[in-house]
Design a protein around this ligand. Structure first.
Ligand code: ARG
Length: 411
């Protein structure tokens, strides 16, 4: 048989069943080509003759992790004015490096929510064509937002006449931007509903896109079969984004009780990057972040963590997303610690990064759990991530689509 049809049997000492929310002992996963074909107790599993064995009998095995908010083309050492020296092509080259680091850390799927020059489209396609190692990618192209807002670039004075390509003012201009993103390969739409921390000259909590603009964007995107992710820190921007029908609210730092209720009632996912604050406050100045950004981070960082707890308690759906690229790629799993510190059980945090992420990406049929029919995206750790979620920062085995990417276990 061709290598692609080789049957692989993975013996898992412990297996995290994210659908049932349980840990199962001594399971065997059968993989044929790219897909999982069977999962069950080792004692009841017949391993076909000639199958290749992978012994993870001393490990805890999980589905490949999913980060729903990354910027693979973003270099965390080049913030603020340093970013101006980076061409779109150079950023895409960096993205190839970041994609490998992300995959090696156990993140087998990501949603890239904003890149210049359609570098994310190129990266996705190169990975899918087998030219580069990296996670499965959903990509947005340019993030869409108002002139002078978080998704514009406000670093240069008027003399330079620079406007970011994602800028759109008014409902029809915004609709046209959605069409443009779709035309050039975006399978997801990212918008900036409010100001941000790392943008110059705006307030994180202040609304930017209007309800009218967001309604136009969501209608157009959904018509074209694309989901919409809305960057929104401030309470009114979060409420209007949800009312407009976005599929996820990113950051959600200053969400209020009404926003929490609306998100729950409409089933809108929240993707709250609650590790980010550590890197920004500890390393941001060295990495070139503007003093005003550090000031803004001090205003929203802790509130975002407190509101993560409130929103989760309030019944909001949560998907794991970290804003990698602001901080170094590959450190994504550091966020698990905070998700547990602010109210989730370790199992719930793992579910946010697997089954929920798959649901938000529209990929529930292909990734997010160790289920027959899905891609064999599998990771393992030596310790017990249900006792200590920080174990997930020490992934030592990664398989993507049946191919072993990394392995500490004997082959
Ligand atoms: N990209 C986001 C922004 O500039 C990062 C926010 C990070 N801060 C945080 N507390 N999550 O707004």
């Amino acid at each position: 048989a061709a290598a692609a049809d080789q049957v692989v049997a993975i013996r898992a000492g412990r297996l995290v069943d994210v659908v049932a929310g349980k840990v199962l002992q001594d399971q065997t996963i059968l993989v044929s080509g790219e897909r999982i074909t069977a999962v069950g107790p080792t004692a009841n599993t017949t391993v076909p003759a000639g199958a290749r064995m992978i012994d993870l009998s001393r490990e805890t095995v999980l589905p490949g992790l999913i980060d729903a908010h990354v910027h693979l083309t973003g270099d965390p050492n080049l913030h603020g004015y340093r970013s101006l020296g980076v061409s779109d092509i150079r950023a895409a080259m960096y993205g190839a490096y970041a994609a490998k680091r992300t995959l090696d850390a156990g993140f087998t799927s990501v949603r890239n929510v904003g890149a210049s020059g359609f570098g994310d489209v190129a990266l996705r396609d190169a990975i899918n064509d087998g030219e580069l190692p990296g996670p499965r990618m959903r990509v947005a192209g340019y993030a869409i937002g108002i002139q002078g807002g978080h998704c514009d670039n406000n670093l240069l004075p008027h003399d330079f006449h620079f406007t970011e390509n994602g800028v759109a003012d008014g409902p029809w201009a915004a609709r046209a931007k959605v069409r443009e993103m779709a035309k050039f390969g975006a399978d997801t739409i990212k918008i900036c509903a409010s100001g941000g921390v790392l943008s110059k000259g705006d307030e994180a909590g202040a609304q930017q896109l209007t309800l009218e603009e967001m309604k136009a964007i969501v209608e157009e995107a959904h018509k074209l079969g694309r989901r919409v992710a809305a960057h929104a820190h401030g309470a009114s921007s979060i409420r209007d984004a949800i009312l407009a029908g976005v599929d996820s609210v990113e950051h959600a730092s200053l969400i209020d009780d009404e926003g929490i209720r609306l998100a729950r009632d409409k089933g809108t996912y929240l993707v709250m990057d609650i590790y980010n604050d550590d890197f920004i406050l500890q390393e941001g100045a060295k990495a070139g972040m503007l003093p005003e950004s550090l000031e803004k981070e001090r205003l929203v960082g802790q509130l975002q963590r407190d509101n993560f707890r409130k929103a989760f308690k309030g019944g909001d759906k949560m998907a794991f997303g970290t804003d990698a690229g602001v901080y170094p790629h590959g450190d994504n799993a550091r966020q698990f610690f905070y998700m547990v510190k602010y109210g989730m059980t370790p199992m719930q945090a793992i579910q946010a990064a697997t089954i929920n992420g798959a649901d938000l990406l529209g990929w529930k049929d292909r990734v997010g759990s160790l289920t027959p029919g899905k891609y064999a995206d599998v990771v393992a750790v030596s310790g017990d991530p249900l006792a200590d979620p920080a174990e997930l920062t020490r992934v030592n085995f990664v398989m993507k689509g049946g191919a072993v990417i990394r392995s500490a276990a004997p082959k």
